[in-house]
Design a protein around this ligand. Structure first.
Ligand SMILES: *Cc1c(COP(=O)(O)O)cnc(C)c1O
Length: 425
């Protein structure tokens, strides 16, 4: 089925016991065993079923199946936030002494996780000098175990050449992990271009209403851990923490996500609540429609800003003269995302005046909400970075990032117009 249909029906027909058509919220911690033998078989992973909601739950299970189908994967693990998804995926692919090679344009907290937290656990992240495949390849050594990028960087707005990055990753026998939060599977399915693991902050466009935090790790099932057994013993050797389970034997193509759940979710426990899974499922039902409107409104906003004498520059990948324009055509079907940054005439002071003058746009640090949102990355999401790190991540001191919502375009433009006039005069 097409993605528009999967977004509504994926992973759920009707409730097997009650015939309920809406996905029920299974607000339960545990599930009873038919017998001692049944309990033991469940714990031995010999039979399918639910044991304890830290491991899996029927409501989060529907969400996982739906996103798996949307992304064309073989299995998913939903977690409490996008950050947890990134953390688990990074830990799952590496061990102490190994490293990950990443593009430099990243969501601020992802950068902090990579630059400051993972190294304390013995996993280095090497940031390439650009998002070009050759620049990432130059950093790969014998200890590199994964490559990482965001399909569309937040807030830089760069579009990564997924096919080129996947080619390099596979040439060096490692998976490509892609954060597809900003693009969503409505604009691109990274697996179609060679990605092996896909991450989402479901908090953003997928949920779409700014009500619920959630994240997911999708296993595309494309990377062969068995063919690279010496490099990834955690998937191919018996796991002592799970009475000798071998993930590639037990889970086959879904070994990555099987281990993610059995090791990280089971022992660290950053679960998504069934209520949150329900709310995210409600959002996902309309993601196709919302993304259409986000994209359409964003283009009009970008053009309005570019033609406005009070605006210095607009960074919008949808413009024909944007360096990423051809990648927008190739990967996003010409539909640039509704994130953009722009610089106002008059620098930081004018930017702050503009920001304070907004009425419809919310001043906050979120994106992908139905509402139009504005953020000043340098003082908020990317504040932990040094000025040099900020520039490398595509964050200018006076830059304003917009996440264009799905309101009527006239009201969106009117708000920007009045704020620009107040800020620049
Ligand atoms: C928001 C975001 C995250 C983090 O997600 P949370 O759900 O807020 O933890 C990760 N990556 C990208 C690209 C994001 O926009």
């Amino acid at each position: 089925m097409k993605r528009e249909t999967i977004a509504i029906h994926g992973g759920f027909d009707s409730d097997p016991t009650t015939k309920a058509v809406a996905v029920p919220i299974y607000q339960t911690v545990a599930y009873s065993f038919d017998s001692a033998e049944h309990g033991a078989a469940l714990f031995n992973l010999e039979v399918e079923g639910f044991r304890y909601s830290r491991i899996s739950n029927p409501t989060t299970d529907v969400l996982e199946q739906r996103v798996t189908e949307l992304e064309g994967g073989v299995g998913s693990l939903s977690v409490s936030s996008g950050q947890t998804a990134l953390y688990y995926a990074a830990l799952n692919a590496t061990e102490m002494g190994r490293n990950i090679v990443s593009v430099p344009q990243l969501y601020g907290t992802t950068y902090t996780l990579f630059a400051h937290i993972l190294p304390k656990l013995g996993v280095q992240v090497r940031f390439a000098k650009s998002d070009r495949a050759a620049d990432l390849e130059a950093l790969i050594d014998d200890n590199t175990r994964a490559m990482f990028c965001e399909t569309v960087g937040n807030p830089a707005g760069n579009v990564c050449d997924l096919e080129a990055l996947a080619t390099v990753a596979h040439r060096h026998h490692m998976p490509l992990i892609v954060d597809n939060t900003v693009a969503t599977p409505m604009l691109v399915r990274p697996v179609d271009y060679g990605a092996d693991v896909v991450i989402h902050s479901l908090t953003k466009f997928m949920g779409g209403h700014g009500t619920t935090l959630g994240g997911i790790v999708v296993d595309c099932g494309t990377f062969s851990w068995s063919d690279n057994a010496a490099r990834y013993p955690m998937f191919t050797q018996p796991d002592e923490s799970y009475h000798g389970l071998v993930y590639t034997e037990h889970y086959g193509a879904a070994a990555f996500i099987g281990r993610c759940r059995s090791v990280y979710q089971r022992t660290m426990g950053a679960v998504l609540s069934p209520m949150s899974a329900f709310l995210l499922l409600q959002g996902i039902e309309t993601v196709a429609l919302r993304v259409d409107r986000h994209v359409e409104n964003a283009r009009k906003v970008a053009e309005f800003l570019r033609n406005n004498s009070r605006v210095e520059s607009v960074n919008f990948a949808g413009f024909a003269d944007n360096p990423y324009h051809s990648l927008v055509q190739k990967y996003l079907g010409g539909r640039a995302c509704s994130l953009m940054t722009f610089e106002i005439r008059g620098g930081l002071t004018a930017a702050m005046r503009f920001y304070d003058a907004l009425r419809l746009f919310k001043r906050l640090v979120n994106l992908g909400d139905a509402k139009s949102l504005a953020c000043h990355p340098a003082s908020t999401t990317h504040r932990q970075m040094s000025p040099a790190e900020q520039l490398a991540a595509g964050v200018a001191p006076g830059g304003i990032r917009l996440s264009v919502g799905i309101e009527h375009i006239d009201d969106i433009l009117a708000d920007l117009d009045q704020a620009l006039k107040l800020a620049v005069g």
